[in-house]
Design a protein around this ligand. Structure first.
Ligand SMILES: C[S@@+](CC[C@H](N)C(=O)[O-])C[C@H]1O[C@@H](n2cnc3c(N)ncnc32)[C@H](O)[C@@H]1O
Length: 210
């Protein structure tokens, strides 16, 4: 949280016990807290609610912060599938989802998301909401999978598309930067999508599959 306007907006909201528990759990394990920004967490809940989503695919679980935000908007019978590279993180996220009352709504699939996505495709699974928030090098591949697994009208959200300034820095051209630029260009230009990109916090891409 660096921006004075973001700090002001956060000051409007009270403490959120379930999300505070996630932050404390991450800190207690000495993990880096790279959970989605509070304001975008609230936006995720709103987008899931507004789109009446009932089958969400999250890519990148960490401690379950975004998982809770997504699950809060789910329809009554809705389910969340969450892909996470590390067993330890999936376990922690599950613990926090259970504490928040969403343990029965989530299924974690552990391993490289590329493999998990290929598996979901093979199973013929479809989703109506996607939250892409794992390794940045994977963003273009994750977006392409999301398009393949999406029902018409599905929502696709991608976090950290500004990479703390690296995306717009002409001196940066590493694999993550190149991948995120390609992701952003597809989000903005692909005819299969209706989209916008928000530059607040670390940037959020939001798209609807036509
Ligand atoms: C930014 S954090 C996710 C934060 C989480 N979405 C939240 O807001 O609470 C990125 C997560 O992606 C996971 N990750 C990194 N590379 C991955 C991969 N290849 N496949 C699946 N998960 C991966 C990391 O272990 C980490 O937990």
């Amino acid at each position: 949280m660096t921006d004075v306007n973001e700090r002001y907006v956060e000051s409007l909201y009270g403490k959120d016990e379930d999300l505070e528990r996630v932050k404390a759990g991450i800190a207690a394990r000495g993990m880096r807290d790279i959970s989605v920004a509070d304001g975008y967490g609230r936006l995720l809940t709103m987008l899931v609610t507004m789109s009446k989503a009932s089958s969400i695919l999250e890519i990148g679980a960490l401690g379950g912060y975004s998982g809770i935000c997504l699950a809060r908007g789910l329809q009554e019978e809705g389910k969340l599938v969450s892909l996470e590279l590390l067993q330890e993180y999936a376990d922690l996220a599950k613990e926090h989802m259970e504490a928040a009352g969403f343990g029965g709504k989530v299924e974690y699939r552990v391993g490289d998301a590329r493999q998990s996505l290929a598996g979901l495709k093979e199973e013929g699974r479809t989703f109506d909401f996607f939250f892409i928030d794992a390794d940045k090098e994977g963003y273009p591949v994750y977006l392409e999978y999301a398009l393949q697994l999406a029902v018409p009208g599905a929502v696709i959200v991608g976090d950290n598309i500004l990479l703390r300034g690296r995306t717009v820095n002409p001196d940066k051209a590493g694999p993550a930067v190149r991948a995120v630029r390609a992701f952003n260009e597809t989000v903005a230009g692909d005819e299969r999508l209706l989209s916008t990109v928000l530059p607040g916090y670390d940037g959020l891409a939001i798209a609807i599959v036509k």
